[in-house]
Design a protein around this ligand. Structure first.
Ligand SMILES: [Zn+2]
Ligand SMILES: [Zn+2]
Length: 181
């Protein structure tokens, strides 16, 4: 991971919440945490432009239930021109973090009392981004012959060699590519 690139970013470490105090409280204890973060680097290949909303943490007999609705913009790539594009999404969270960890629960509070929301946010952010992202609805895409970004202007390629059926196929292939994890 490059440290210089993460400089203007909030580190995903801020997404770790110490819930030790909640574990000591009885079942039914609820705590709300307001989030208002600038750009968050969730992973090397997953960036949120910001993260805003409220997390509701509830202590129950199996651990801590995390609920909330967060607004964010997820950085993705335009399927036609490949430009970095922020996609507005709403993340709806409702997940049990088991304590102690349990084999039938995907998430757990660490023994240190740390609840790391990053893996859950990562999962939800990936699911929330549509399969085909466009930088704008009328993105002109790349020239299938020379690769020029046609949003910047026309290239010198002969338009009569342009086959719209190939273009459809190409953008399908690209969107299949972008589905790869
Ligand atoms: Zn585009
Ligand atoms: Zn061209």
């Amino acid at each position: 991971m490059s440290t210089s690139r993460s400089q203007p970013f909030v580190n995903r470490r801020v997404l770790k919440i110490n819930v030790g105090f909640m574990l000591a409280e009885g079942v039914g204890y609820v705590r709300e945490i307001a989030l208002d973060l600038p750009r968050v680097q969730l992973d090397d290949d997953l960036t949120l432009d910001f993260l805003r909303g409220t997390l509701r943490l509830s202590r129950n007999s199996r651990g801590v239930l995390v609920q909330g609705t967060l607004d964010t913009h997820v950085l993705a790539e335009c399927a036609r021109c490949l430009r970095p594009t922020f996609v507005p999404v709403e993340l709806t969270l409702e997940e049990l973090f088991a304590f102690p960890a349990s084999p039938d629960c995907a998430y757990a509070v660490a023994e240190t009392g740390i609840l790391d929301t990053a893996p859950l946010l990562r999962e939800e952010a990936i699911l929330a981004v549509p399969m085909v992202v466009l930088c704008r609805p009328d993105c002109a895409g790349l020239c299938p012959q020379c690769g020029q970004d046609l949003n910047d202007g026309l290239c010198g390629c002969k338009p009569d060699r342009f086959d719209p059926r190939l273009e459809v196929l190409r953008s399908r292939l690209q969107s299949l590519d972008s589905e790869e994890p």
